[in-house]
Unconditional design. Structure first.
Length: 403
């Protein structure tokens, strides 16, 4: 079987996911198209050699619907022979798209494939696609459905993370992201997003709040107390599933949870022969990937489980990984993974994460590949693991090795 080699990875900046955000005027298909064009132009490849483009998109409706990957392929002036596929594994969609692209290369189905994602949360609000899991009472009852914020607070309560713990983690995320931007650590992957007349409208992550400190976070009220304690009583549902927990301590708020933003990203994966054809050197190889299901009420503990599954499959341990990237959906999610696997904070999200920069749902997983690849090259380190928690109780992970 062929190796799955990463030849390039790019992402847009993250724009605030509101009507006054800099990327609100840019349609989702334009966000995705500009990423595809950047991958083509940076590598000089003939897009006729790209067999497939797989894009994660968590709300694939309206202008994000109708297989946005294929629409973006055509809009980006790729060869008509390049196929397109939209996938949805909730927050891990962008990483799952990269894994699918890698699987196509490893199997020989594709010579080049692009995995990535797109989400315009300012134009297509989260939850626009509905679904039986939260909306069908019979399904919701059977699966102990609770909103993710209540699940995050359940994690914090069950595993002993206080309000100070989650806030302190979030302050550090802001500091790390600010340092990364100040030192130009993202410059190799960021592409400026242009408007219809070709002017750059955003070249920097817009959501960041580097002035954040413990005092400013202390002024914020917990976001999920009402939905947890009032009808329909999601706290009660969570405690039915976890009766060992006496009561849920609500600790998460807007300052220690991931931000709502717009953005897109893409990763070019190919075999060695295609790189030699174009005279481009691979930057990394994908050593392995995995997905897993986990208990759906607590929902967000999958990263530790899928990391264990993948490392066991590869004959590796936590000590063999130089850098970890875990999407900061909520602060307690990261604290729990570090606690469960004994991962030191100096190896985890070293350039900040979604608490500071935002989480464009379908794109984040592929953004994390570019972030950690740049950091491996910057520091001369070798191996990284990228993972995300996933709605309905899942986890997805990928291990890459710098070349």
């Amino acid at each position: 079987m062929a190796e799955a080699l990463i030849y390039d990875a790019v992402r847009t900046p993250r724009g605030k996911g509101k009507k006054d955000g800099k990327l609100h005027e840019i349609t989702p298909v334009q966000l995705a198209s500009q990423v595809l064009q950047a991958l083509r132009d940076r590598t000089g490849i003939d897009t006729a050699d790209v067999d497939d483009v797989i894009l994660g998109c968590v709300s694939p409706v309206a202008e994000q619907g109708a297989d946005i990957a294929r629409t973006a392929v055509l809009n980006a002036d790729y060869a008509e022979t390049t196929a397109g596929l939209q996938v949805n594994r909730f927050c891990a969609s962008g990483l799952e798209a990269v894994n699918i692209a890698a699987g196509k290369v490893i199997s020989g189905e594709a010579n080049f494939a692009i995995g990535g994602g797109v989400e315009s949360m300012s134009r297509i609000p989260m939850g626009s696609d509905g679904g039986a899991w939260p909306m069908d009472p019979a399904v919701a009852f059977k699966t102990y459905f609770v909103p993710q914020g209540v699940s995050a607070d359940l994690i914090a309560t069950k595993f002993g993370f206080s309000r100070d713990d989650v806030d302190a983690y979030s302050v550090e995320s802001q500091k790390r992201a600010a340092t990364a931007w100040k030192e130009g650590r993202f410059k190799n992957s960021i592409i400026g997003v242009k408007d219809v007349i070709g002017e750059v409208v955003l070249a920097h992550d817009e959501f960041m709040r580097p002035q954040t400190d413990m005092q400013s976070l202390a002024s914020l009220s917990p976001s999920f107390t009402g939905i947890g304690e009032q009808m329909p009583g999601f706290n009660a549902i969570a405690l039915m599933r976890y009766p060992e927990v006496e009561r849920i301590n609500h600790v998460h708020h807007a300052g220690n949870s991931s931000g709502i933003v717009d953005g897109s990203a893409g990763v070019l994966v190919g075999n060695r022969a295609m790189g030699e054809k174009y005279g481009i050197k691979p930057r990394a190889r994908i050593k392995g990937m995995a997905s897993i299901g986990s208990e759906p009420a607590i929902m967000l503990t999958g990263p530790a489980d899928v990391t264990t599954k993948l490392l066991n499959r590869l004959g590796m341990t936590v000590a063999d990984i130089d850098l970890f990237e875990l999407n900061e959906a909520f602060a307690a999610v990261v604290l729990r993974m570090m606690q469960a696997l004994n991962i030191p904070h100096e190896k985890m999200n070293v350039n900040g994460g979604a608490i500071a920069m935002g989480h464009p749902l379908g794109a984040t997983g592929s953004m994390l590949i570019s972030t950690v690849l740049d950091e491996l090259e910057r520091t001369g380190k070798q191996t990284a693991l990228v993972t995300l928690c996933v709605g309905a109780g899942m986890g997805t992970a990928t291990v890459i090795e710098r070349i």
